[in-house]
Design a protein around this ligand. Structure first.
Ligand code: 13P
Ligand code: SF4
Length: 302
């Protein structure tokens, strides 16, 4: 089908069926462009929570669709490709959480939003990279079991010295492998500011002129509009960075690979999911009740 015709069909179905289309910054550009809202994982979770449309279609990865369902359980949540997972979320086994509460006194289980619903159901609070510092510092607990991202966990632990962190050793299979030497060499060659997502290692973070969530990095570009940037996060964000600062040059290190699961969102499967009204996120009722609590707590504390 011709591109423009496909876009028109998506827009028509969206109106007819009262669908809110949400897209993460890492989705393909044409998916970002057709979405009602584009954002980081926190902003999109909030948009999903506040949506009054009949249906929400989440163009991201599975944990994002699940979080939308947990925050707005009466809505039908569609996802263009039900196989779009997150390698980091897949690194947690439920039994990783066994015995944590018994082993440590006064411990809070803090789950990055990049976790599956069953893991959230055993957590005290969720965080995203945009609010982790604020939320963890606001917790009364001395001990923090932080999962799964060891890199984000260590980034905030460095700044919250009064807490005792216990880390799960999960990581993003893309951000974790951004190469320090490559970024350092790029910084020396171009003298551009380095933008780093905290899912990168602490070595790479140490090179960052701005470290933060996808939205924080985008806001930095919009505010500073410099000649160029070295961008240590997934390439999908460049679509919005180019819009807010079209004259800047953006360089992604070759060691920063694209997230294959985010790229499973296409106009083709977006159209199909709207026609079929499926695949849909379906969660076990008992898990939903418990898993929504840490997400709601995150919303209250943000
Ligand atoms: P953000 O919350 O910064 O959008 O990050 C989501 C993510 O999965 C990064 O890999
Ligand atoms: Fe998960 Fe990494 Fe992809 Fe983000 S970039 S969705 S953390 S695999």
């Amino acid at each position: 089908m011709e591109r423009e015709v496909l876009k028109e069909k998506i827009l028509r179905l969206k109106e007819e069926k009262d669908v809110l289309i949400l897209a993460h910054f890492y989705a393909n550009s044409e998916v970002q462009d057709i979405a009602d809202k584009v954002g980081d994982s926190f902003k999109l979770a909030k948009d999903a929570q506040n949506a009054d449309n009949k249906i929400i279609c989440f163009c991201g990865v599975n944990f994002m669709g699940e979080s939308a369902k947990l925050l707005n359980p009466d809505k039908k949540i569609l996802i263009p490709d039900i196989e779009s997972g997150c390698a980091m979320a897949d690194m947690v086994n439920l039994d990783d959480l066994d015995g944590i509460k018994e082993r440590y006194d006064d411990v809070a289980i803090v789950s990055y939003i990049n976790t599956k619903a069953d893991v959230k159901s055993k957590s005290d609070v969720c965080v995203t990279s945009s609010n982790a510092m604020k939320i963890v510092s606001g917790l009364p607990n001395k001990n923090i079991y932080f999962l799964p991202d060891r890199n984000l966990g260590r980034y905030i632990a460095d700044k919250l010295q009064d807490k005792n962190f216990i880390f799960h050793e999960g990581y993003c299979k893309y951000h974790n492998f951004v190469d320090y030497e490559e970024v350092k060499a790029l910084k020396e060659k171009y003298a551009y500011d380095v933008l780093v997502h905290p899912e990168c290692t602490s070595e790479v973070v140490s090179l960052g002129d701005c470290v933060g969530s996808t939205k924080a990095l985008l806001d930095y570009v919009e505010k500073t509009k410099k000649a160029g940037y070295i961008v240590c996060t997934e390439e999908g964000i460049l679509h919005q960075m180019n819009k807010v600062s079209p004259k800047s040059e953006f360089i992604i290190p070759t060691s920063m690979k694209a997230c294959e699961d985010m790229k499973k969102n296409s106009l083709e499967n977006l159209y199909k999911v709207l026609v079929d009204e499926g695949p849909e996120i379906v969660l076990d009722e008992a898990i939903m009740e418990r898993a929504s609590q840490p997400l709601k707590k995150m919303m209250e504390m943000s």
